[in-house]
Design a protein around this ligand. Sequence first.
Ligand SMILES: Cc1cc2nc3c(=O)[nH]c(=O)nc-3n(C[C@H](O)[C@H](O)[C@H](O)COP(=O)(O)OP(=O)(O)OC[C@H]3O[C@@H](n4cnc5c(N)ncnc54)[C@H](O)[C@@H]3O)c2cc1C
Length: 538
Amino acid sequence: MKTFDAIVVGAGHNGLTAAAFLAKAGLDVVCVEKNDYIGGAAVSRNLYKDWWYSNCSYVCSLLRPEIYRALELHKHGLQVTPYGGSVTFMENGDYYGSYHDPEVAYREMARFSRHDADAYKRYSADTMRQCRFIRDFLLSTAPDPTSFKPSDIRELIRIGGKFMDMGEDRMYDTIRFWTMSVAEYLDEYFETDVIKASFSGSGIIGTALGIHSPGTAYVLLHHYMGDVDGNVGSWGFARGGMGSVSKSIASAFQAAGGELRTEAGVDRITVRNGKTTGVALENGDEIAARVVVSAMDVKRTFLTCMDKNDLPAAFRKRVENFKIRGSSGKVNIALDGMPSFPALPEGSSLYHSDMHFIDSMERMERAYDDWKDGTWSKDPYVDMVIPTLNDPTMAPPGKHFMSCFVQYCPYQVEGHAWTSEQKDAFGKAVIDQISNYSPNFKDLILHAEIRTPQDIEAEIGITEGNIFHGELTMDQLLFNRPVPGYAQYRSPVEGLYMCGSSVHPGGGVMAAPGANAAREILADLRRPNTVPENFGDD
Ligand SMILES: Cc1cc2nc3c(=O)[nH]c(=O)nc-3n(C[C@H](O)[C@H](O)[C@H](O)COP(=O)(O)OP(=O)(O)OC[C@H]3O[C@@H](n4cnc5c(N)ncnc54)[C@H](O)[C@@H]3O)c2cc1C
C-alpha cells in the first residue's frame, strides 16, 4: 500500500489550506472529504433551479490576506467585493442605518442622539485598537505560558511587549474588554436602545450566549477584525458564493500536486504504538500516511473517529468538556424579485447592507431566553443579506438569493430531535420577522431551505452545528484552544495534528488555523516553511 506523507481529513477551507501549504513544500498529500462536494461551511450549493446558495457562511472578511496572496487565490478564481453598512428596522416604522461614510453615519446617529453620535468616534477607535492588537497574532501559534521553549518565550515577550505598548489605561481596558459582556461594553458609549441593539448582534452571532453574558464583547471583535482589500472591519461577498473561497484554495492545492478525494468519509484515525498510521474510510478502504491532519472539529476528531484507548483519559475528558453548543440556524431563500422595505427611502444604499429586525436590548435578551428554554427564538435576531444585489452570478437575471442567519436556534428542541413541524415553525418565525417590514416578501418566495444546527451537523459534521467549531470565549481561546497543553496543533498521538476551527485562532472563514497547523507540521518534519509571515498590523 502506498504511504502518503500526509492525509488531511476534511475539505473545508481550513483542511484545504493546510493541504495546500504542505503540498507546496513538496509533500505527497491527499485530502479526503466525506461529502461529494468540497467546502464544508464555506460552500456554494445549487439546491434550487439556477440559484446558488451560500448555504452556510455567507459573507467574507476574516480570510487572511497573507494566505490570499501566498496561494495566489486571485489566479484561482477568488474575487471578494465589499459591501457596506447595516440597517435595523424598528417596530415604530423608523429604522437606524449604519453607513461607512463617517459624515452620513454621524448625521444618522445624531437623529437619535447627539451624545451617541459624538461617542461613536471613541467607540470606533477603542474597538479598532482591540482589533489591531489581536490581528497581529492570528497567523502565529499561541505560545504556551508554561513552556520554556525559546519559541514560546519569544512569542510571550512579543505579546507582552505589544500589550505594554498600549499604555496603562488601555491595558486595563483590554483585560476588561476580553472578559466583559457586549451589553456592558456598549453601555460605556451609547444611550440609545436601537443603536446598542444594532451593534450588539455581532457579540452573540454563532455563540450560545446572550448580550449580557461575560465574554461577548470579544465575540464582537471577532466580527470586526477582518478586512476586504485592507479596509479593516469591512465585509464582502465572494463572487459565486462562499464556495468560491474553498474552490480557489482547492485549486491552489491541486496545482501544487495534491490529491483530492470526495465521498471518502473517515471512519477511524488509525494508531499503532502511540503513533498514527493513517485512516480507515467508511467504505472499508485504508490509507497510510506518516502524518494525519484533522480539519474536523475537536470532538469529532477525538471522540468519534478515534479509539478511546489511543488517547490519555485526561485529554479525552478535556475534549468532552470543550463547549461547542448549537445556537444558530440558517434560512436560505430563492426570490422571484427584489422585496421592498417601505421604511427605507427608494434607492437607499441600505438595501445592499446587512438587515436586522430587533430594535431593543430587551428583545435581544428575550431571544436568548427562548434558547435557554430549549426552543428557537420566537422573535429571532436575523442577520439578512441579499448577495445577488452585488453578485448577479448566484441567481437568474432579476431574481435574488437571500441569506438569513438566525440567532437563536438550539441543537435539540427541549432535549429532543427536531420534528419536521418544528423545523417549519422555526422557518416561519424567520419569514414572519422579515415580512413585518416587507409586505411583498412572502409572495416572492420560490424556495426556502431551513437549516437547524442538527441539519448543519448532519451535513458537514460540525458537532451541534456550532459555526465556530467551539465557542469563542476567553476560556477557549489562545493557549486554551482547544485544550491546555495541546494548543499548538499537535495532539497526544505522534503524527496526528489538528487544523480546523477548533484550534487557534478559531472559527470563521479565516484559513489561519489551517495555515498555522501546516507551519508547525513542516517544522516537525524539518521541511522548508511555505506559510507566509504575518503582515503585522497594517
Ligand atoms: C450557518 C453558518 C454560517 C456562517 N457564516 C459565516 C460567515 O458569514 N462568515 C464567516 O467568516 N464565517 C461564517 N461561519 C463560520 C465558518 O463558515 C466556519 O467557521 C468555517 O467555514 C469552518 O471551516 P473549517 O475548514 O474549519 O471546517 P468545516 O468547514 O466544518 O470543514 C470540515 C470538513 O470536514 C468534513 N468532514 C467531517 N467529518 C468528516 C469525516 N469523518 N471524514 C471526512 N471528512 C469529514 C466536512 O464535510 C467538512 O467539509 C458560518 C458557519 C455556519 C455553519
